[in-house]
Design a protein around this ligand. Sequence first.
Ligand code: ATP
Length: 297
Amino acid sequence: MEPILSIQNISKSYGPIQALKDVSIDVPEGSVFGILGPNGSGKTTMLGIILDVLIAKSGSYKWFGGMPNDAARRQIGSLLETPNFYHYLSAFNNLEITAAISKRGKDDRIRVLKQVGLFDRMNSRFQTYSLGMKQRLAIGAALLGSPKVLVLDEPTNGLDPAGIAEIRELIRKLNKEGLTIIIASHLLDEIEKVCTHVAILKKGNLLLNGPVNEVLLSEDQIEVRAEDAVALQQVLQAMSGIKKINVADNTVQLTCEPTITPVQVNEFCISKGIVLSHLLLKKKSLETKFMELTNDK
Ligand code: ATP
């Protein structure tokens, strides 16, 4: 299937700062696609480019398989910054103003308010809303005109835990209803919880890209010891499925393919005449992996 958005070799500089370096990403239709990276990695710049707010130095992108035109742009709802809603106006009246500014969807307000779960409170003043409700209204404003894609920059920033939960729930619901959603976030937790796909950026470089369950696969380690650490290390070098061997303080640390279990390691060592005195599976958290990927070394 044709990707809903195809980004090809995009680079962008601000004077001497190279914000994006030859980044290519395909966003599959129906996905919740996370652009993940620490502050300054180029996420907002990338969203700005695909939304025509910024111009890339080189590279190109296609929406819905073609060059971006007005019809395609109408299919894209976006929320880069929280709109300035009027505190004393209701959600319904605020959306009238938003619709006038964006020139789309004035007659769409009831549908949108239902979609973001604010129909029952649409006549309440904005200032009476919780943080989560305010952000849901902002997402509602981006949904006016019934776009096929929603682009959100850090959608849970500044929210309390209840607000964060509400927004994540809404994102999942909108995706189930058929929207493709692109989210920029510096929170691994957010990407892991709501996204189906992820692209990881660091200082403008694309590090990894693909389905969340492949890219963010946690890499466990198996730790082993035996009386003769040197012999143990030599034996394990011949075992298939082991990606890396580290030795520290007579302990051999193995980074393995996901299919390798501690039992298999034990059986292999026994078959080679080595009895293990220590065997431990060390779970590496995704957080650790993400930090290793994105930290400066
Ligand atoms: P954040 O989450 O902090 O917004 P980000 O991942 O969205 O980070 P960008 O905002 O795209 O990253 O910034 C990428 C790099 O480009 C950073 O080094 C940033 O300082 C720089 N940058 C962004 N906008 C400008 C600008 N208008 N002028 C100069 N440098 C900029």
